[in-house]
Design a protein around this ligand. Structure first.
Ligand code: CAA
Length: 282
């Protein structure tokens, strides 16, 4: 079907990264946030990320201007009315997602595909907030979205197969590697990845190893980041939500989040985005 214009709702770390990927791929993009301050932060995220690429000699200033020129920023959902695909990337709270999807249901055309970037919630449950659950799919990018190749495309039992195929095709056209899977907590990648990240937090909590040694053990094996540094990058709140969802769904004790992770989140130490998580950042 080919997508002419794509909306992104929520321009935090993930949404801004997704909007950048779309605009870099030549797609007309509409970025929507809830208020002017959030919108300016979102615009700043995309400008900073593409600006880093200019500094590193990966992108010309003209190309950066073209990419930014492809994104329309708005605080009004009505700006999404002529999008043929909208990707929601708001925080991982079911009440928020349901509100966004109920709004999209009102403003988007009848043939629009509505997608969620959720990493831990049920796509089926989110779809139930609309009058058109067959139009809803999951499209799960990884952090940092401009760099990570993997994108999970999730079809529920109700999703129209041609919508799942069209989104998979778009992901491929954007230079990413799509995998198409069913609606299950943690999908595939997080189910496997958090089977490793969860125990890393518990190992630190046990006092048997320090954080630098835990991380060095895995970078020296060849992974790009140690598990605690990676959790700080993902966001400890997101890590906790993903672990809780997988734990609920699987009932397996090994997925139970570490008390240390819970207490860091309760203190507001959410990782890089707040300047403190397992580590402290400038
Ligand atoms: N945004 C855009 N680009 C970024 C970036 C960001 N936040 N961070 C790094 N990059 C780019 C850099 O600009 C650089 O690009 P060029 O090669 O074109 O110059 C490239 O990535 C490499 O960056 P660096 O040299 O600065 O640093 P690095 O080599 O240490 O790589 C990394 C950084 C790409 C983040 C790498 O450490 C890595 O791959 N880490 C693992 C990340 C990962 O596993 N993510 C998945 C998390 S799970 C998830 O997201 C799912 C969920 O639902 C929770």
């Amino acid at each position: 079907m080919g997508f002419r214009k794509v909306g992104v709702v929520g321009l935090g770390t993930m949404g801004a990264g997704i909007a950048e990927v779309l605009a870099r791929g030549g797609v007309e993009t509409v970025g929507v946030e809830i208020n002017d301050a959030a919108l300016e932060r979102g615009r700043g995220n995309i400008e900073a990320s593409t600006g880093r690429a200019v500094k590193r000699g990966r992108l010309s200033e003209e190309a950066q201007a073209e990419i930014l020129g492809r994104v329309v920023f708005s605080t009004d959902f009505a700006a999404l009315s002529d999008c043929d695909l909208v990707i929601e990337a708001v925080p991982e709270r079911i009440d928020l997602k349901e509100k966004v999807f109920a709004e999209l249901d009102k403003v988007c055309g009848p043939d629009a595909v509505l997608a969620t970037n959720t990493s831990s919630l049920s796509v089926t449950e989110i779809a139930a907030a609309t009058t058109r659950p067959d139009s809803i799919v999951g499209v799960h990018f990884f952090n940092p979205a401009p760099v990570m190749k993997l994108v999970e495309v999730i079809g529920t039992e109700r999703s129209r197969p041609e919508f799942v195929s069209a989104v998979t095709e778009l992901v491929r056209d954007l230079g990413k590697t799509p995998v198409t899977i069913g609606d299950r907590a943690g999908f595939v990648a997080n189910r496997l990845l958090f089977g490793y990240l969860g125990p890393a937090a518990r190992l630190l909590e046990s006092g048997e190893a320090g954080k630098e040694d835990i991380d060095a053990s895995m970078t020296a094996i060849g992974l790009p980041m140690g598990p605690l540094t990676l959790m700080d990058l993902i966001g400890l709140d997101t890590c906790l939500e993903v672990l809780e969802a997988i734990h609920r769904d699987s009932g397996e004790a090994r997925h139970e989040p570490a008390a240390l992770l819970r207490s860091l989140v309760a203190e507001g130490a959410l990782g890089r985005k707040t300047g403190r998580g397992f580590y402290t950042y400038e």
